[in-house]
Design a protein around this ligand. Structure first.
Ligand SMILES: C[S@@+](CC[C@H](N)C(=O)[O-])C[C@H]1O[C@@H](n2cnc3c(N)ncnc32)[C@H](O)[C@@H]1O
Length: 211
């Protein structure tokens, strides 16, 4: 939390209204590689932004739900889903996940770069998400392991977790949660002024063991 933005909802609203005004339009690569191997069912994306990942999941046959604290991001994601004729397959909701997650159990829950320079009960959210997996369901957590070299946003309040911290938040491994992947992966990225860099992400995939 910063002095300038004590309220996460206000911070992310301003972010979407002024800084990130349009969708990247592409689903996250790691999600595509992993979900391609899964049988579609009911999915929930935590921090769904403009809906790129939710929409991609719906296009692969998933019933896809997304939540984001920013009403602007949710409105834009809904409009994109509607424009693609995916109203039946996609459900988007404005929600502060630090307060609660949607009720129910899911076959796939994703938290893709669910990171914030303002208050976010991230560990609680990930732990709760793990408890809401159906038998055989997967939780995919992808997070920046460090800020990019061009970022001026490396404030102490920004959370860059380790894989071990992600696992602790999720509560895995355990009798109920099998760890499929828990590693640091790299990807090539280009900064705002064309600077190229190799970035490190934490990639954690766990599965609720079959009951
Ligand atoms: C770094 S962005 C990542 C967005 C998207 N998942 C992606 O991979 O591009 C973090 C997202 O989490 C959302 N967010 C932050 N705090 C939240 C909260 N408490 N509840 C719900 N969403 C939140 C933000 O609005 C933002 O869309």
């Amino acid at each position: 939390m910063t002095d300038h933005h004590p309220d996460p909802s206000a911070f992310w609203e301003e972010f979407y209204r002024t800084k990130r005004t349009s969708s990247g339009g592409r689903a996250t690569g790691a999600l595509q590689r992993i979900a391609d191997r899964l049988t579609p069912g009911l999915a929930l994306d935590l921090g769904s932004s403009h809906g790129d990942d939710v929409i991609w999941l719906a296009q692969q046959g998933w019933q896809a739900r997304g939540c984001d604290i920013s009403a602007t991001a949710v409105t834009r994601a809904r409009a994109r889903a509607a424009a693609l004729g995916l109203e039946q397959q996609v459900q988007l909701e404005q929600r502060d996940l630090s307060v609660s997650l949607p009720e129910g159990e899911f076959d796939l829950i994703t938290a893709l770069y669910l990171q914030s320079p303002v208050a976010l009960a991230r560990a609680t959210i990930l732990g709760q998400a793990a408890r809401q997996l159906r038998s055989g369901g997967h939780l995919l957590v992808l997070s920046h392991a460090a800020p990019p070299p061009w970022s001026r946003d490396a404030k102490p309040s920004t959370i860059f977790p380790t894989v071990a911290e992600e696992m602790a938040a999720i509560g895995a491994p355990s009798r109920d949660l099998e760890v499929i992947t828990a590693e640091v992966v790299t990807r090539a990225a280009r900064g705002p002024e064309g600077t190229e860099a190799t970035l490190e992400d934490n990639l954690v995939l766990v599965r609720r063991v079959l009951a």
